[in-house]
Ligand binder design. Structure first.
Ligand code: GLN
Length: 475
């Protein structure tokens, strides 16, 4: 029987210290459980038993020697397959990278290796992180562990499903427009998108470089704080990363009570699913019971966020994906008469439909004659969206909103209609455009639903602290 697989980071650490189990036993149990459970969920693309056992033994040796171990030492983690772990595949769920193996470690991986964390394997995603359901993967669909007929959300659907189904203690995902928070909401786990620049993007296969951030998917807010603290910080390999003296650690209730929370009227509109409305209202009521002040606020440019994102993101994606040309990376078309034909065939055959759609959109909005009308204008609108947040944060410390307009939808429900798929990110995208930190925290409901706390730049401590208090009172 499986007894260890549903532990949190904190409990694994305690169990290792009290010698209830060894790190190797723990890793073995996870692989046994994955062999049984992942047949139905399909969260993983690659498993790395050998690598995991080597890492687990490091922890066991340290404990046997009486050395102190860090809180992540020996903890089994899953990693979205768009981050590089040296020697392992990194497919980004695309055929074009099917046979690619990472030549180096992403900075987040390097940091976690120093902590002796254990990597169980790489998880499924929408191709190049383009999507909201993990249905755009070239290697199969991941299912929502709470209801196998439904999607786990996306694009970090594999990581969210792995944590929700207890096939990993925690996981890493990436978030460009909601890809950590929306699957966290759909799968009933916690997902944190850090402030842009808080975590290095080196070794993350880029979707849209001015929006992408790596962050944790975990079972508790406390675990999210632990993992975030381990991966954050300035990295000379990512010029956009910064070192800030971020506050960490748990706050007391008195300090949390001083936070003011804003409820933006534009985010509580008709069309919001009843279940979501109820769940978010429950969260608001619970937080109110802590005697925290709420205030209605307005973010008037929110209504342009989706349009703005679907210009900026494809523009950056089309530039980033230009490197996949059949020469420098990944697969190559078998037959071609000349170089331009080789490019065309490789890219035409190996990219999936959504990747092709975004490359075409992005190339169009950047082309001369259209650049000013679309791309330059979208950049100006982005500024207005950011200004809304800056103004609001003069009055409140945290903004509370839904994560997605609906709970997890059925597999296949939105695949024919890209626009309705894009709409599922309506509440998460403004946060990426403004570069802010935000967390999705599950509300206890039948089908999982999360609520979102958005913080001021580099104030992860605010949302993590309030989140931890919410968790305590909602159990
Ligand atoms: N679902 C959004 C998109 O398709 C966000 C993706 C992401 O955050 N990686 O672009």
């Amino acid at each position: 029987m499986f007894t260890l697989h549903d532990l949190t980071i904190k409990k694994v650490h305690d169990g290792l210290l009290s010698k209830e189990f060894s790190a190797l036993e723990l890793a073995k149990e996870f692989f046994e459980y994955i062999a049984y459970k992942d047949k139905e969920v399909g969260a993983y693309l690659t498993l790395d038993k050998d690598g995991a056992y080597v890492m687990a033994e490091k922890t066991d040796i340290a404990i046997a020697k009486g050395e102190e171990i860090g809180v992540l030492s020996g903890v089994p983690l899953a990693v979205k397959d768009n981050m590089l772990i040296e020697g392992l595949p990194a497919t980004a769920a695309s055929k074009i990278l099917e046979n690619y193996r990472a030549a180096y470690d992403a900075t987040v991986i390097e940091k976690l290796k120093k902590e002796n964390a254990v990597f169980l394997g790489k998880t499924n995603l929408d191709e190049f992180a383009m999507g909201s359901s993990t249905e755009n993967s070239a290697f199969g669909i991941t299912k929502n562990p709470h209801d196998l007929k439904r999607v786990p959300g996306g694009s970090s659907g594999g990581s969210a499903a792995a944590v929700a189904a207890h096939m990993a203690v925690a996981a890493l995902g990436s978030d460009t427009g909601g890809s950590i928070r929306q699957p966290a909401s759909f799968c009933g786990v916690v997902g944190l998108k850090p402030t842009y620049g808080a975590v290095s993007r080196y070794g993350l296969i880029a979707l849209a470089s001015s929006l992408d951030q790596i962050g944790p998917l975990t079972k508790t807010v406390e675990d999210a704080a632990i993992l975030f603290n381990a991966i954050r910080g300035k990295d000379e390999m990512d010029a956009t990363s910064v070192d800030l003296n971020l506050e960490s650690g748990i706050w007391n209730l008195e300090k949390v009570r001083k936070l003011k929370i804003g409820l933006p009227k534009e985010y509580f509109v008709a069309g919001l699913d009843k279940e979501v409305e109820k769940a978010v209202q429950n969260a608001i009521d619970s937080i109110k019971s802590l005697k925290i002040e709420f205030k209605e606020i307005s973010l008037p440019h929110t209504k342009y966020a989706l349009s703005c994102y679907y210009i900026i993101m494809p523009a950056e994606a089309s530039a980033n994906l230009a490197r996949f040309d059949g020469i420098r990376y990944g697969s190559r078309a078998k037959k071609a008469e000349n170089l331009p034909e080789l490019y065309k065939k490789t890219r035409g055959e190996e990219f999936g439909a959504e990747a092709r759609r975004r490359i075409i959109l992005g190339t169009f909005v950047l082309s001369s004659g259209y650049y000013d009308a679309y791309y330059a204008k979208a950049q100006k609108v982005r500024r207005l969206i950011k200004n809304d947040f800056d103004e609001t944060f003069k009055e409140v410390d945290i903004i509370l909103t839904p994560v997605a307009p609906t709970p997890a939808f059925k597999i296949g429900e939105k695949t024919e209609d890209p626009l309705s798929m894009y709409l599922s990110d309506i509440f998460t995208i403004p946060v990426n455009l403004a570069g802010l930190p935000a967390i999705s925290i599950p509300v206890k409901t039948e089908l999982p639903v999360g609520f979102q706390l958005i913080g001021k730049p580099f104030c992860e401590a605010d949302i993590l602290s309030l989140g931890q208090f919410y968790e305590k009172i909602s159990i």
